[in-house]
Design a protein around this ligand. Sequence first.
Ligand code: ADP
Length: 425
Amino acid sequence: MGGRWGREVKLCVALLFPALVLGSSLGHFGWWLFFVTALLLLRQTLYLGRLETWLAQGGFGEHRKYKGIWQDIYYHVGKIRRGNKKRKKKLRRMIERFRMSTDALPDAAVVLGQYGEIEWSNPAARQIFGLKKSDKGQRIANLVRNPVFVQYLRANDYEHKIHIPAPINDNVILQIGVVPYGAGLRLMLAQDVTQLKNIERMRTDFVANVSHELRTPLTVLKGYLETLMEMDDVSALQLRSLQNMATQTDRMQLLVDDLLLLARLETKPKRSVCVDVPDLLRQMRNEIVESEKDESRVNLSLESAAKLQADPDELRSAFGNLLANALKYSATDTPVNVRWFVNANQEACMEVEDFGEGIAASDIPRITERFYRVEIKRNRKINGTGLGLAIVKHVMVRHEARLEIESQLGKGSRFRCLFPQKRVC
Ligand code: ADP
């Protein structure tokens, strides 16, 4: 490299030195110097012009063989160009491989731009949504006009997935999820879940049908048991057996009712009205007082007048389960505190607190599972189905609410239903 620069310097010296000699011997020193400098400048400008023409043609054409620093410049440009070519080839191969894998994907994948316009889609997406290649650049909401889908895209909250019928076939159910990435881009993934949904529906339908069908025989059975127990010629042993049978029938009836309620929660469309929660809680407290004939146990503290956009029947059953548990799992001489307030996060909160037996930390994550009941040695047998908290959890999910559980064994428990601010009406 030094040699090549040296050649340029030597050339300058070789032209400047005679100019100096001629200038000092013949006079007009300045003119000689100007002449030589102009000559050198002209040469470099000429070479620069050629380089520019060569680059403008893409740097592919033949270039003259230069010596000195210009040879180096052409060599380096050529090297960069060869490197770029290699990188481009590698990138093309990578894109080809990516394209092949997305083409093979059975799930639909669509990349959406900032305004929901289609930037890219795989063949499955085109098939599932009935899109065409020429739809690129079109807003997806103009092509898939399902209101649930349009609202989902607009809301920008992609924590949950949605289920909608496929635009080209109503019998196909699609599960759609969106993953935001980069600067305003979104990857939309859609999956055909028709079979899964059908199995799920069969399961809930089956449970609902069985529960419904069991109701009538149970009522008949209960009726006969009551009649038998009232008869005069029943021995003490028979009476005990009949009472046991009646208790078990009651338990079965509770189970059937809870199972039916759960099935309904899974299939019933959501209903939403403005519910006066303080009034609802007041009513529930009064009902407990009437049935238990024990006014002192439930302390109701209504610290907010907030009303909720909700399904009143579902709220009643969720709050009712929490209240019934608090009363069931604590001694009859301890209070149960019920509060309705708005917390620091502006969430509307229904809290039920008891001072009963409490729940072990290891059981807390499991008690909302269906049929999960904590096995502890209790002095008295407490009736229950293990479905109450599963119902509460379901109702909370349907209302975008959270269930918070705090408990200490032997000290008591605190259950909180936290509703988001947007639910307050
Ligand atoms: P169950 O019909 O058995 O009450 P739940 O689903 O309502 O069914 O509750 C599940 C289990 O959680 C109960 O069996 C009980 O062990 C425990 N549990 C629920 N609430 C309380 C409470 N307030 N205090 C102590 N344990 C509770």
